[in-house]
Design a protein around this ligand. Structure first.
Ligand code: HEC
Length: 132
């Protein structure tokens, strides 16, 4: 009887420790070789960037496609203290590739329907995935 109890206890212990490991994995992702905690804001930003925002169809993380890579954009934004949300709200001029601004401009009508919180989440996501 005592043995069964101990066996049961260890099963419960193993089961709960497995669970907490899984939870931790979900909260951390690897960006630029570093583990980072995924916050709700990051998750929202990623969802919008790749989904409703459609940003990913023109912006890859590390290589240029139709638009500059997120890494290139954020490098310049960090150097020049740029304001992603301000740019997306058309309050700030382009500083990365002004010659191709017309292509990026096609998004602004759609982005007007995004809340400030959503645009901030997109900016947060872009900043997180490009910071090493
Ligand atoms: C149809 C293609 C296309 C889509 C979709 C697109 N972009 Fe762009 N984006 C571009 C191009 C081209 C540029 C380079 C021109 C420029 O710098 O304005 C650019 C530039 C940018 C810049 C740098 C602006 C600067 O200061 O020069 C940011 C920030 C940006 N995009 C964010 C986004 C976000 C966020 C989304 C999704 C909501 C998005 N883009 C969707 C094509 C696109």
């Amino acid at each position: 009887m005592k043995h069964i109890f101990i066996v049961l206890l260890s099963i419960v212990f193993v089961a709960t420790s497995c669970q907490s490991e899984k939870k931790e994995e979900k909260e951390k992702i690897v960006i630029g070789g570093k583990k980072k905690t995924v916050s709700p804001e990051f998750e929202l930003g990623e969802k919008l960037f790749k989904g409703k925002g459609n940003c990913y169809s023109c912006h890859r993380m590390n290589k240029k496609s139709v638009g500059p890579s997120v890494a290139d954009i954020m490098k310049i934004y960090k150097e020049q203290n740029g304001d992603v949300v301000g740019f997306l709200r058309q309050k700030k001029d382009p500083i990365v590739d002004p010659e191709n601004y017309a292509v990026m401009k096609t998004n602004f009508a759609r982005l007007q329907k995004f809340t400030d919180e959503e645009l901030q989440a997109i900016a947060f996501y872009m900043n997180e995935v490009s910071s090493k």
